[in-house]
Design a protein around this ligand. Structure first.
Ligand code: FES
Length: 107
């Protein structure tokens, strides 16, 4: 059960854990972490679950697929090198200790 830290839209750190295969978006929603909207409920179709992945973990993530890549062009907050849609980032043991920052705006 990987443990990660999510920094919410207010800058507050939340240490959370979840089953392998759970998306960062799901973890954030279940734990009431503010700043994720997730209008499309995890279908990579809204770009309102935008987060920034800590640099140390970016290469451990699964590759960005075409639909995520397309939606990352429509994020409300600036797209940066660590930008991902949190609904497309599934937890695994390789991501133990990952730090994720919620983008400051989603809409
Ligand atoms: Fe809509 Fe992630 S929840 S793109």
């Amino acid at each position: 059960m990987p443990r990660i830290t999510i920094i919410d839209v207010h800058g507050t750190l939340h240490a959370v854990e979840a089953e392998t295969g759970t998306s960062v978006m799901q973890v954030a929603m279940v734990n009431g972490i503010e700043g994720i909207v997730a209008e499309c409920n995890g279908n990579a179709a809204c770009a309102t679950c935008h987060v920034y992945i800590d640099e140390a973990f970016r290469e451990r993530l699964p590759a960005i697929l075409d639909n995520e890549e397309d939606m990352l062009d429509f994020t409300a907050a600036e797209r940066r090198p660590g930008s991902r849609l949190s609904c497309q980032v599934k937890l695994s043991d390789a991501l133990e200790g990952m730090v994720v920052t919620v983008a400051d705006t989603q809409i």
